[in-house]
Design a binder for this molecule. Structure first.
Ligand SMILES: NC(=O)C1=CN([C@@H]2O[C@H](COP(=O)(O)OP(=O)(O)OC[C@H]3O[C@@H](n4cnc5c(N)ncnc54)[C@H](O)[C@@H]3O)[C@@H](O)[C@H]2O)[C@@H](O)CC1
Ligand SMILES: Nc1ncnc2c1ncn2[C@@H]1O[C@H](COP(=O)(O)OP(=O)(O)O)[C@@H](O)[C@H]1O
Length: 496
């Protein structure tokens, strides 16, 4: 797992590195600039292109000056450096790099006001105006200048973070910062890059190492962690010699309705391909033919209006919700399951029932798992203005209810009952199609059936689900849930 730090913690890592490694602050800045340029050159390799670099007077601007110097050395000759002189303060390393640049062939233009910038003719813009030191939304001259840069419609590369974008914390509803094509950020991604609002600030981001003390960073107490493939490889267990179906648990999937049998099929199919020993689908009798035809391995438990799950303890995982329908019978069924005190995976209509029956929330068995998308989440816990606030609620509720909340999105947030948030990096927009969540529920149910801890089942489930979608999307515009479900088995195999 990569520990994700706040800007304040990153500054501490910066200070610690300078204090404990034989590296001076100005040399660390030089390393950061080199790392930026290395990455930049992989994206832009035509040295005939002209570049405008906008530098503020803090360390972000200092990086920009060092970058200008390095780009000159790498063959770019048409570079204009705009010195954004909107404040009196300047950082020491900025001053040193300015001095170094004085001796170079770079054209320098001082902007005392935004109006000093007439038009931007350069092909490419590098934004080094304000970095992670941003402490309030942009206003005045900064806002006008940034607007001017955005209006130019040039390709913008941001250094560390787009000017005006908060690395963490609530993002304002109206974003008036730099709109970058790409942000090349230092050592760790900013936590807010994982929020959908960041799409306004940067189309892509890439993280480059700049030599900060990794051991120090990993040791910091943090709320956010980025899941890495190595973590998944460590959690996954091989199938055992002499094992049999009983070794891998029995999953019960309570899903589907007359018009939504597909949801039950997708969940059950995903459960099979993720390796549950036995899978039973609790479906309406009208879906039996479909189930038997499509998934002969899956057993059925016909669901009628009086259904109660007898002996729930015989299942190692019970998932309820995909395509279930919201009705009095289903409400009774969910309430009955909750009172058996066996951990549940609750998705889709299971969540919608909970939203109507808030009294059941506090009765959820410990170690249960909720898998809402944004709308289901807000129905459950109230409307949220921003993803940052939504995530804070998810964190708090997971701790309060002693459950795991899987808040789904492009980057899914897995919130543990200990108050930690694990961010899943896999998955892609080709997966944005109905049924994809049903598959995720089946995958998580199968991992739970195989006796993985709840948090591990959620982390594994999100990762392999997204990774399967990534593999399939390599040569496809869209991937369907019916393709992802059977693909899970190969993904797990490759990871082991
Ligand atoms: N460990 C790291 O992360 C490293 C960071 N470096 C660079 O250092 C940057 C951070 O540098 P600084 O802390 O000097 O911060 P900035 O360069 O972001 O600028 C801070 C200055 O801007 C002012 N300011 C903040 N918000 C403003 C607003 N809305 N309007 C007007 N002025 C505003 C502040 O009062 C302060 O004077 C990073 O983004 C990165 O580019 C690198 O140089 C090397 C190592
Ligand atoms: N743009 C995307 N990038 C990554 N994953 C995505 C994207 N769109 C959807 N997904 C994944 O697909 C699933 C969709 O779940 P959900 O909205 O509940 O779908 P449904 O209810 O239609 O089955 C989630 O796991 C989500 O992370």
């Amino acid at each position: 797992m990569q520990t994700l730090l706040t800007s304040a913690q990153m500054r501490k890592a910066d200070e610690f590195t300078i204090e404990h490694l034989p590296i001076a602050s100005i040399d660390l800045m030089e390393k950061a600039a080199r790392a930026f340029v290395h990455c930049f050159l992989r994206n832009e390799f035509d040295t005939n292109k002209s570049i405008a670099i906008f530098c503020g007077k803090g360390n972000n601007g200092g990086d920009g000056l060092a970058i200008a110097h390095l780009l000159l050395h790498n063959g770019y000759s048409n570079i204009k450096v705009y010195l954004v002189n909107f404040s009196d303060k300047q950082s020491l390393d900025y001053a040193i790099n300015l001095q170094r640049l004085e001796e170079s062939r770079c054209k320098k233009i001082v902007l005392n006001t935004a109006a000093d910038l007439k038009s931007i003719k350069s092909d490419i813009i590098i934004d080094a105006i304000l970095g992670s030191g941003l402490n309030k939304p942009l206003e005045g001259e900064y806002a006008v200048l940034v607007d001017h840069i955005n209006q130019s419609k040039k390709r913008v590369y941001a250094v560390d973070v787009p000017t005006g974008f908060f690395a963490e914390g609530k993002l304002p509803k109206e974003y008036n910062g730099i709109k970058a094509l790409k942000t090349i950020c230092f050592q760790r991604p900013k936590i807010n890059f994982f929020m959908p609002e960041s799409a306004l600030a940067t189309a892509q981001f890439e993280v480059v190492a700049i030599g900060l003390d990794e051991a120090f960073i990993q040791k910091q107490t943090a709320d956010f962690y980025l899941i890495e493939e190595d973590d998944i490889k460590q959690i996954l267990q091989p199938r055992k010699l002499f094992s049999h179906k009983g070794t891998y648990g029995h999953a019960l999937i309570i899903a589907g309705n007359t018009d939504t049998m597909g949801a039950a099929l997708l969940s059950a199919m995903a459960c099979l391909h993720t390796g549950a020993g036995l899978t039973t689908a609790c479906i309406p009798p009208s879906g039996l033919v479909a189930l038997n035809t499509r998934l002969p391995e899956v057993m059925s438990l016909p669901r009628d209006e009086y259904t109660k799950i007898e002996n729930p303890e015989k299942y190692q995982a019970i998932a309820i919700g995909p395509g279930l329908g919201v009705s009095n019978e289903n409400e009774r069924l969910l309430e009955h399951l909750i009172t058996t005190n066996q951990p549940l995976i609750i998705d889709a209509d299971g969540l919608n029932i909970l939203a109507e029956r808030q009294d059941l929330l506090s009765k959820l068995p410990a170690h249960s798992l909720l898998t809402p998308h944004m709308k289901e989440f807000d129905r459950l816990f109230g409307a949220h203005e921003s993803w940052w606030e939504r995530l804070q609620t998810a964190k708090e509720q997971a701790v309060k209810l002693k459950i795991v909340i899987v808040l789904k999105n492009q980057y899914t947030f897995v919130c543990s009952s200990e108050g930690k948030v694990y961010i899943n990096p896999t998955g892609n927009p080709a997966m944005a199609q109905g049924g994809m969540g049903d598959v995720l529920t089946g995958v998580i149910a199968a991992f739970l059936a195989q006796k993985y801890a709840t948090i591990d089942a959620a982390i594994l489930g999100c990762y392999v689900h997204g990774k399967t979608g990534d593999q399939l999307a390599k040569d496809k515009y869209v991937v369907t849930a019916s393709e992802v479900a059977p693909g899970i088995a190969s993904t797990i195999h490759e990871l082991m």
